[in-house]
Design a protein around this ligand. Sequence first.
Ligand SMILES: Cc1cc2nc3c(=O)[nH]c(=O)nc-3n(C[C@H](O)[C@H](O)[C@H](O)COP(=O)(O)OP(=O)(O)OC[C@H]3O[C@@H](n4cnc5c(N)ncnc54)[C@H](O)[C@@H]3O)c2cc1C
Length: 430
Amino acid sequence: MDTKQVVIVGGGFAGLNVAKGLANKSGVEVTLIDRRNYHLFQPLLYQVAMASLSPAEIAQPIRGLFGGSRNIRVIQSEVTGVDQEGKKVNTDHGDYPYDYLVLACGVQHSYFGHEEWEAFAPGLKTIEQATEIRRRVLTAFEMAEKEKDRQAQKKHLTFVVVGGGPTGVELAGAIGEMSRYTLAEDFWHIDPKLARVILIEAGPRILPSFDPKLASRVARDLEGLGVQVWTSSLVTGVDVDGVDVGEERILCSTVLWGAGVQASRLNKALEVVRDPQGRIVVEPDLSLPGKTEIFVIGDQASFSHYDGKPLPGMAPVAMQEGRKTAKNILAELAGKPRQPFNYLDKGQMATIGKSRAIVEYGPIKLTGFFAWVLWLVIHIYYLLGFKNRLFVMVQWAWAYLSQARGARLIVSKEWRFYQPKPKKEEPKNL
Ligand SMILES: Cc1cc2nc3c(=O)[nH]c(=O)nc-3n(C[C@H](O)[C@H](O)[C@H](O)COP(=O)(O)OP(=O)(O)OC[C@H]3O[C@@H](n4cnc5c(N)ncnc54)[C@H](O)[C@@H]3O)c2cc1C
């Protein structure tokens, strides 16, 4: 049997699961390409942004994951395009030929046509963004402590989170909790408990994908942490001094964005059918219509073969799609037909602060402490690497007992300080 070249783009939940399914299997050589050298456990990113965890605790080097697999090559590179006719993936340093291509590039934030807002309102998708959010939130408290002018102090102590989905809810809850408990005794001139946290949602309620009763419970929990929840409120402007919500102006120095996502930039470069969110529409076996050798999976894909509604961008969807793709490639190589993808719904969950969460699994709906314990166990279970699991468990146990947030470091974004200094000019020989 010829050895087939499988190129996987993206080492997220989807891409990793394809690679794991093909690891050490005969008949396939796999090239896994990612622009980063690590796999990032995005569901715990907000814990980094809110200083509960350090970046290394939620990331794992991709190369290390496949050290023992003789047929998997890992390449750190930016994929810039796909030559579908020539069956080649274009990267920033050359091309990779493929027999099978799996695209699993995920999504990026959407500012609904206002990309200029990004500088004032970072989203939460990468470690760089998480540490930047941490820097901004902690710096705001430091600035308020030094400030003599009451109005300016108030501005520093006002935090706006845009978007009432799980990310926005988790961020707003964590800032509320940090100001009321973690930082409460740390300052001399300000009372962090007076921080104003506003969660803004354009729709009529927060957490639209959850049961309305669970969403109302979360709204109450957030209010208990001092978060004001503004629904049916459309953000019309964001700048260095604050946020416009219709006619209203909120003066604040920290704005965080959790409002929407858009498809990978790569999608625009491909000749494919896209859904209104820009995701690539796939066949029941997750391949491209008319191009059976190309699969698109995870957040990058739009799979709507059950009820016409695309599957949500969630880790279990990406993982299951990854596993199915590996199985279908191996089945085809063994001369068997491909099977359509069937999603096993694992429900959804969100956490609010240190010890509250909601869990929805079919008719089962849980809230409060028990839901939080379940949330914790599931997140630790899926975290890659024993060391990460152990560290995270210890961190959480400590944070739970002490109210501490151990990673409260303000790390400068002035990375230019770390650039090598220009060499002094050698004196010329006369
Ligand atoms: C803050 C946050 C919290 C979340 N919480 C939850 C949760 O609690 N539960 C849940 O189920 N889901 C959650 N999600 C969603 C979940 O993380 C995603 O659905 C999942 O990561 C999708 O996996 P993926 O493999 O499709 O994409 P990703 O995990 O985004 O991976 C894509 C990979 O492709 C790489 N890549 C992209 N473009 C290129 C390119 N051009 N060249 C090379 N490499 C490229 C990226 O570097 C990345 O490694 C959360 C997401 C975020 C951002």
